[in-house]
Design a protein around this ligand. Structure first.
Ligand code: MLT
Length: 341
């Protein structure tokens, strides 16, 4: 029988479990919510990444649990399908000893005609500390943040933003490349419908990367250069000299399927196979937020090959979500108290 120990006593010499350097323990984010990367500054992004870096070690322990968020209550509201993000928030919360409850649209009163806002108000009446929200409607998390005193974390709102994905991508790049400044990062595929692309562009530019996007014209948003990126309508010139390549899925559920004739043709013109990967630097890393569509935006050879860091992204997702929960759950200055209007 494995020895069982209380979460507070299972880590010799670490009774307080806060393994963060003192300056990080005192630091905090400016808002009670994490709604977008666009509204974070580089120091907040780096605070999350540094905190996540320290939290990684918890998942490598034999007993993967610390008491940091004991007594905190977190609710996952997932109104769109998700495997990684939802599980990642659940596991992150449990590793920090918070209580977490997950609700999906199909099991909520939304199917009985209740509005999203009424559902949220009812949930808030049960005094959660944090709400994690995924919704097909861009701005859904912002709307909740306005009416709720609990902190709100955007886990993906339509084609708008997916901040924790961008943060875990940045952490993965930093782990593999040492830093992010001046790297050539190529994001390719269905840029137009991708919240991951938008959050990554904001995050990587704030951290000093040179961001390049490549997409067929039907997948490229108008005036994307205004964000500060270089844009290509072919993949080959974009890949030349790349340090990091981020492949994106075609967002069929957001209208992506109307934009190209067939999946086979798409792969021939825009898929990342071994030949195209050879145009990038020899030590370039290949990333994908998942779910991957093999043979559409990426070949199996590349997705499973030595340059792929796709599963590192998943592990880093856990550490980033632990960091975000920690920084927003009221451990720092009292941010979760909203004054009456
Ligand atoms: C997302 O939720 O946006 C995913 O992580 C990426 C995708 O669905 O393609």
């Amino acid at each position: 029988m494995p020895e069982t120990k209380d979460v507070e006593t299972n880590m010799p010499g670490e009774a307080a479990d806060l393994i963060l350097p003192t300056h990080q323990q005192a630091a905090s984010l400016k808002s009670k919510d994490l709604l977008s990367i666009e509204h974070l500054d580089a120091s907040e992004i780096n605070l999350i990444l540094d905190t996540a870096h320290h939290f990684k070690e918890i998942s490598e322990r034999p007993i993967k649990k610390v008491p940091t968020l004991r007594g905190k209550s977190i609710i996952n509201l997932f109104f769109e399908p998700s495997t990684r993000t939802r599980m990642s928030f659940e596991i992150a919360a449990k590793r920090l000893s918070a209580d977490i409850q997950s609700i999906s649209a199909s099991t909520s009163s939304l199917v009985k005609g209740e509005t999203f806002i009424d559902t949220a108000r009812n949930i808030e009446a049960m005094y959660p500390d944090l709400l994690v929200v995924r919704h097909a409607f861009p701005g859904a998390a912002h709307m909740l943040a306005e009416i709720c005193s609990a902190g709100v974390i955007n886990a993906g709102d339509g084609a708008h933003e997916h901040p924790t994905q961008a943060l875990l991508d940045a952490l993965t790049i930093r782990d593999h490349k040492g830093n992010i400044e001046n790297l050539r990062v190529v994001i390719f595929g269905d840029i137009a419908h991708s919240r991951v692309a938008r959050s990554n562009i904001h995050c990587l530019l704030k951290l000093g990367a040179n961001v390049v996007v490549a997409a067929p014209p039907t997948f490229m948003p108008c005036n994307i250069e205004e964000l500060g990126v270089e844009a290509f309508d072919r993949l080959e010139p974009a890949l030349e000299g790349a340090d990091v390549i981020v492949a994106l899925r075609i967002q069929l559920e957001r209208g992506g399927k109307l934009s190209f004739p067939s999946l086979r043709e798409y792969f021939n013109l825009f898929g990342l196979g071994r030949d195209r990967l050879a145009l990038a630097k020899n030590d370039a890393i290949v990333m994908h937020p998942g779910p991957i569509n093999r043979g559409v935006e990426i070949s199996s050879e590349v997705a499973d090959g030595p340059q792929s860091v796709i599963l590192d992204q998943v592990s880093n997702g856990l550490a980033v979500r632990m960091a975000v929960l920690y920084l927003l759950a009221g451990i720092g200055p009292a941010k979760n108290v909203k004054t009456a209007a």
